[in-house]
Design a protein around this ligand. Sequence first.
Ligand SMILES: [Mn+2]
Length: 235
Amino acid sequence: MILVIADLHLSANFPSITNGFKHFLANDALQAESLYILGDFFDYWLGDDAMSDFEREIAGQLAKLHQAGIKVYLMHGNRDFLLGDDFCKLAGCELIAEPYVIKNHNILLLHGDILCTKDIGYLRMRKILRSKLGLWILRRLPLNWRQKLAIKLRNQSKIHTKIKDQQIMDVDAEAVRSLMQQYNVDVLIHGHTHRPNTHHLADNKRRLVVGDWQVHKGWKITITNWQIVLDSFTF
Ligand SMILES: [Mn+2]
């Protein structure tokens, strides 16, 4: 069994989600052969050089899975894209680049923001921040600058979700179709939009959106050889 989660937005400010995650790790995740985390695992990430006690504790929690023989794969989201090798070493997980195909299952994994192609302003900013040069500069900025930038980006993304047309904020059907065709997959799984659902597309294809974790509720997708199921659970 493979488990997929995304958008936990872990932060020391939301202990209830952290507790829910610990519960998930001790129960569901220990039954899995592998766990995929599709981005925005943390609410923000200033850099591996600025890891807090909270973030180290989460790394320690993930490392328990690794010690139990469970493979953990982590993908960047739009909020934690500065997360790097130092965290992954502590957590015993492997950083994977999107788009990522789960071998033998023909399933494509993404965070999901690149599917929101109508949001031109956001994608333009993303391209700059996540370019090699952009990342190089961001990683070398003084910590207090990175803190200010993180707050700014988070506020922008909040205002943005409120103001922007809901259609613009969701994925673009054509972007989904062409990416699935390019990777020759029947199933696409992503997070980011916070709109958990199973969408049935043409030619028996499916797009599953894993939900964002709330104060007392988490979401997961379970993949076995015979089915792919999205469900929520309370904690
Ligand atoms: Mn996101």
